[in-house]
Design a binder for this molecule. Structure first.
Ligand code: CAA
Length: 379
């Protein structure tokens, strides 16, 4: 593998993999079948200090590299990517914009508890009629004195409910299109802020997804994140990082699917020998392993760009698109190699197959990534 881990990264991944193997893997199928978001397991993850990895020490983080965070996320996702996306939505989407665009007071109040692992954060851009066309949102924020009054709703929000801190987007000036959108930090418990029922999803059952509902929600003007009208740019910048997180999730899924396929085909016998002895299986495993290797390289390429302070919009879009397609392909191949058992929810690969699908959709569909990449190619 091209990327040489540092000693600190080896230690970090040892901790993460022990946690994954001992605490996540043994119960993931049951929790998935029961649609269970296990708050106590998430708390154990937060207690490992993983949410603070790439945030400044000044605000309760470890001040380590963004690459360390991405490696930890990828490896969590090998065992339970529903818990992985909980972690990624909190760090990449919820807390990162506060780190990048927040005032010192906002960071102290809202970034610190997330970096210290005391709570989760969330990010809310999508609405029932504004997904890919994020600029067409209807949630409005009206400035009245030293407050904003927010009305509207947000859909498909990961961590909605358990999170205490939310970065949300609303129109402060409808006539200005993308330049009329502003970002706000809101807290669970603010009057006028409630949650819809839990979403019934195809996969990632161990994560939680709900609607956010704002009805005359009064938010102090001090909770405006960045300047008025800069919300769309804040959202896009945040999603650039979120997409590396989805690439990490997808790579973790693909690695897990490959690993399960290797183990299964070595012990499953048909026609008097292990199916791994058949050349079709060997060639399929070779293709899967090559794709997993390439996904890792794309993932690390984007993560390194971000860690080094280089532009990463395009490498993140490429990694998100590539790694999620690899996750879908490798999970599909793993189901096929498992045969009938691949279609059974009592075996591990059906869950990976269902979960791989969302990585091609959320935080910008792969078609959105193609818009971003082609825009750069043709510039
Ligand atoms: N960083 C900073 N600014 C950016 C940017 C970026 N990556 N991309 C665009 N901008 C800026 C542009 O510079 C432009 O600013 P100016 O007008 O000052 O030049 C402004 O934003 C508008 O840019 P575009 O005209 O390119 O925007 P657009 O309306 O054509 O949209 C899009 C482009 C790529 C389709 C974009 O809307 C998009 O990414 N949509 C998908 C949204 C998305 O990913 N949603 C997922 C939500 S999160 C989730 O999935 C839930 C979860 O909890 C996991």
């Amino acid at each position: 593998m091209m990327y040489q881990l540092t000693e600190d990264q080896e230690l970090l991944l040892q901790t993460v993999n022990e946690f994954g193997a001992q605490r996540l893997a043994p119960t993931v199928l049951q929790r998935d079948a029961a649609n269970e978001f296990d708050e106590s397991l998430v708390k154990e993850l937060l207690d490992l200090g993983l949410q603070g990895i790439c945030f400044p020490e000044e605000y309760g983080g470890a001040g380590a590299s963004y690459v360390d965070y991405i490696l930890a996320l990828r490896d969590i996702c090998k065992y339970d990517d529903g818990i992985g996306i909980t972690y990624s939505a909190s760090v990449s989407l919820g807390a990162s914009p506060i780190d990048v665009f927040g005032t010192p007071e906002q960071k102290e109040k809202y970034l610190r508890p997330v970096a210290e692992g005391k709570t989760l954060a969330a990010f809310a851009l999508t609405e029932p009629n504004a997904g890919t066309d994020a600029a067409s949102q209807l949630t409005v924020a009206e400035k009245v004195g030293d407050e904003y009054i927010i009305n509207g709703s947000k859909m498909f929000i990961t961590n909605a409910g358990p999170a205490d801190v939310y970065v949300i987007f609303a129109m402060t000036d409808k006539s200005q299109g993308t330049k009329g959108i502003s970002a706000f930090i809101i807290e669970k418990g603010m009057p006028g802020f409630t949650f819809g029922p839990e979403e019934h999803k195809m996969g990632i059952h161990t994560s939680i997804t709900r609607e956010l509902i704002f009805k005359d929600l009064h938010v102090p003007a001090a909770n405006l994140l960045g300047q008025e009208g800069k919300g769309f740019k804040i959202a896009m910048h945040t999603l650039d990082g979120g997409r590396i997180g989805v690439a990490a999730q997808a790579t973790g899924i693909a690695q897990a699917a490959l690993q399960h396929a290797v183990e299964y085909t070595k012990q499953r016998e048909q026609f008097g020998r292990a199916i791994a002895k058949f050349q079709h299986t060997q060639f399929k495993l070779a293709e899967m392993a090559t794709k997993v290797e390439a996904a890792n390289l794309m993932l690390l390429n984007a993560a390194n760009d971000k860690a080094a302070g280089r532009p990463y919009t395009v490498s993140a879009a490429m990694a998100k698109m590539f790694c999620s397609d690899v996750a879908m392909e490798v999970a599909t191949d793993a189901v096929q190699l498992f045969g009938g058992y691949g279609y059974s929810e009592d075996y591990p690969v059906a869950r990976l197959f269902r979960n791989a699908k969302i990585t091609q959709i959320y935080e910008g569909t792969n078609e959105v990534q193609k818009m971003v990449v082609s825009g750069a190619v043709l510039r």
